[in-house]
Design a binder for this molecule. Structure first.
Ligand SMILES: [Zn+2]
Length: 130
């Protein structure tokens, strides 16, 4: 049975870019570099080679959805030309995936961790922040 509180806690940790198990360790050590494992509870972040391909799908899907919706919204409610739209959304298609990179990975990890925790509870003495 789905534990809504557990799912909410894991997603919140993902939004905060924190370890999904303990909620304390940061996922990233730089703008585009992840820690191999949690600094607090040793949860391995990249479970297998190619693990983050799902994050690429999430990033691409979010970008495409916002781009298409934004294009048609501007087409409907403004008078800007198609050329201006192409320039705007072309830039958007470059900037958004870069800005969403970290959260697409954490969202992918969160979804995977909800479905398949594949580990036990955090070791004693680690933070349980949410
Ligand atoms: Zn952790």
């Amino acid at each position: 049975m789905l534990d809504v509180r557990r799912v909410g806690r894991i997603l919140w940790r993902g939004v905060r870019l924190r370890c999904l198990r303990c909620g304390a360790g940061p996922l990233f050590r730089g703008p585009f570099r992840m820690h191999v494992e949690c600094l607090v509870c040793d949860l391995t972040f990249e479970r297998e080679q190619g693990y983050f391909v799902g994050a690429i799908y999430i990033n691409y899907g979010a970008t495409a959805l916002l781009l298409v919706a934004g294009f048609f919204a501007l087409e409907r409610f403004t008078d800007i030309s198609v050329t201006q739209q192409l320039l705007l959304w072309g830039a958007f298609a470059i900037v958004l995936p870069l800005g969403f990179f970290r959260h697409s990975r954490s969202l992918w990890m969160s979804l995977d961790y909800i479905v398949n925790p594949a580990d036990g509870p955090p070791p004693p003495g680690t933070a349980r922040g949410s």
